[in-house]
Design a protein around this ligand. Structure first.
Ligand code: C2E
Ligand code: CA
Ligand code: CA
Length: 459
């Protein structure tokens, strides 16, 4: 049974060349469908809600959605069967699974979808919240509606300094002190809109532009962060480094030159490296990594626990910090497997004398649990979203509730579940990421005034 459509679609809108971005939400629990639909509506997106999974194929062929959010566990036809049917129907939508099932079950379903040729997005563990849903919609809508950026667009943006670092604070869990920031590249462009790093970093790597992109982010970050202090101490700066750059053994000299030019001491700088195929040439990368260490830079292995990171790399390469991938962090407290993995990574870090950092901390309960499990440092939306320098400065001035007090924890855990009525009271999603805010505001203003049923998005 097709339950609800947040907007009835005139049939002519369904033809080729249509502009409207549409999504389909499939869950047997109508409360969840409505919750997702309200978040989508605040972002100017029409959602069609389907509570009976047998109706999905029909809805897909009639509506041709851009995004399908699909519950994995449903009575009747389950999510896996739906994926098979969607593949058979040559579904073109991006599919985001959400589920309360174990991580390995969800990951298995994502792999299956990919093997079937479907466009699978990163899945969302339940319970859903406004932030998670907003992220999926913004990231995908940006990808889908923006003019696909070309290598030329990227080259121009880098040359003209339109790709800039934002900064996300890193908090030491034992003291609650801010100890540093991670620089994350942001590209917001009049021509192509807000482009997520998941798109342009890959493009930069493919187009041979990762070198100039990294130069632009690194030099600017050094300049902006050099004077920043927290609690009377200079803040650390974490930079993301593509493993492709490690094949150039002279690369550390360049980073050192940029650091010296701005007066940044290398021991304030951590280079976060996500493992990929490039690290397979271990001897060459080892040269470069050792040179970085000799110069005083710190090295961190990013996204630890995902497919690409291997224990052998941790053992053979001179890393000093492990960054637990946010998929495990997101499931802490809800999934025993995630807790076991985090404990094991902390034990591994301790054993190897490496610091352990958790990313993607979205609530107080997770922050506290990570502290109890022995994790050293954490970052995530719970503390602060990535900010421009100005926003970061005002965050440094604040006294955050970390470690979180018992009352913060109680408030946070009671608001973690999507609650019928709560998010739907028209509250706009809280997004402090400046480009994301501007993007949402733009969407808001593009809306037909008659459809602006929620509050305007503002900071
Ligand atoms: P990453 O290094 O793992 O960065 C963490 C990502 O998690 C960032 O996504 C950040 O915005 C997001 N994040 C932070 N806290 C939370 C949270 O509480 N919940 C959730 N759901 N997400 C959170 P972002 O900025 O989209 O960057 C994606 C990836 O792009 C980064 O992943 C990094 O691998 C790459 N990247 C970003 N900037 C650069 C850069 O300058 N150079 C290179 N080589 N890669 C970069
Ligand atoms: Ca990182
Ligand atoms: Ca990561």
């Amino acid at each position: 049974m097709m339950e609800e459509t947040s907007k009835e679609l005139p049939s002519e809108e369904l033809g080729a060349g249509r502009q409207t971005y549409r999504m389909l939400v499939v869950d047997d629990d109508m409360r969840i469908c409505r919750f997702v639909s309200r978040v989508a509506k605040n972002l100017g997106v029409d959602a069609t809600l389907v509570s009976d999974s047998r109706d999905v194929i029909d809805a897909d062929s009639r509506l041709r959605p851009d995004l399908i959010m699909l519950d994995l566990s449903m009575p009747g036809l389950d999510g896996v069967e739906v994926l098979r049917s969607l593949a058979g129907a040559r579904c073109m939508a991006v599919i985001c699974l959400f589920s309360g099932a174990d991580l390995e079950v969800i990951d298995g379903a994502v792999q299956l979808g990919r093997a079937l040729g479907l466009r699978m997005a990163s899945p969302l563990p339940k319970p859903l919240n406004v932030g998670k849903i907003t992220d999926v919609i913004i990231a995908h809508k940006g990808e889908c509606e923006g003019v696909e950026p070309t290598a030329r667009d990227l080259e121009d943006a880098i040359r003209e300094g339109r790709i800039r670092p934002h900064y996300q604070p890193k908090i030491e869990l034992s003291s609650g002190r801010m100890v540093g920031v991670e620089a994350l590249a942001r590209w917001e462009d009049e021509k192509v809109g807000f482009i997520p790093p998941s798109i342009f970093i890959g493009l930069a790597e493919e187009a041979g532009l990762i070198d100039s992109l990294t130069a632009c982010i690194t030099q600017r970050a050094f300049k902006e962060v050099v004077g920043l202090e927290g609690g009377g101490r200079k803040l650390g700066l974490a930079l993301n480094l593509s493993p492709l750059l490690l094949t150039d053994v002279r690369y550390p000299d360049r980073v050192l030159d940029w650091a010296r030019a701005e007066g940044v001491s290398p021991d304030r700088v951590t280079l976060e490296i996500t493992e990929n195929e490039a690290l397979k040439d271990r001897s060459r990368c080892l040269d470069t990594l050792v040179r970085f260490r000799l110069m005083g830079f710190h090295l961190s292995v990013d996204d630890f626990g995902t497919g690409f990171s291997s224990l052998a790399h941790l053992y053979a390469l001179p890393f000093e910090e492990i960054k637990i991938d946010r998929t495990f962090v997101a499931d802490l407290g809800r999934n025993e497997g995630a807790e076991t993995i985090v404990k094991a990574i902390v034990a591994l870090g301790r054993g190897l004398g490496q610091a352990v950092v958790a990313e993607g901390v979205e609530d107080a309960v997770t922050a506290r649990l990570l502290g109890q499990l022995g994790c050293d440092v954490a970052q995530g939306y719970y503390f602060c979203r990535p900010q421009e320098l100005e926003g970061l400065r005002s965050f440094i001035g604040k006294d955050g509730p970390w470690p979180p007090s018992a009352s913060t924890l109680a408030a946070s855990s009671s608001s973690a579940e999507p609650d019928e009525g709560e998010p739907g009271r028209g509250s706009a999603p809280v997004i402090e990421d400046q480009p994301a805010i501007r993007y949402l505001q733009r969407l808001w203003h593009q809306l037909d005034p008659a459809r602006r049923t929620g509050p305007a998005l503002s900071r």
